[in-house]
Design a protein. Structure first.
Length: 133
């Protein structure tokens, strides 16, 4: 088992779920949390990161900046040792939007994060995303 949560343009949010449900699903699946307990954790996390306004939106209603934040929070709650962000500029609209990720690092006192280009490193080729271990 790899101790890595991967964020990339190829690890989608689930289109039929809201932001809160996309993140809570990880807690339900990886930590056996009840739905209510998972939602309570996610609500606190969204408030801490000042993005509670997007909690009930579905992925198609989000900006690209919001999408990477949600993917990041989903990876954060997985409790894997490392978060790998594959080519964040492929996800974001503008290069300076990367600041939103660095803000989350600070707010969450983040664990180990790597920003990589997996296109040239096939380490994860044919591996499942962190949701479906």
């Amino acid at each position: 088992t790899k101790e890595v949560a991967l964020i990339s343009k190829n690890t989608p949010l689930l289109a039929n779920l809201t932001v809160i449900d996309n993140i809570a699903l990880i807690l339900e699946y990886h930590k056996n949390c009840s739905i209510d307990a998972a939602i309570a954790v996610v609500v606190k996390l969204l408030k801490k990161c000042n993005i509670e306004a997007i909690r009930d939106k579905k992925p198609y209603q989000l900006t690209r900046k919001d999408i990477i934040k949600v993917k990041y929070l989903r990876a954060h709650v997985s409790d894997f040792k490392t978060i790998v962000i594959d080519r964040p500029f492929m996800i974001l609209d503008e290069h300076n939007d990367i600041d939103c990720i660095f803000e989350l690092f600070e707010l969450l006192d983040e664990k180990h994060v790597e920003i990589v280009d997996l296109e040239s490193n096939h380490y994860y080729k044919d591996q499942q995303c962190h949701i479906i271990k």
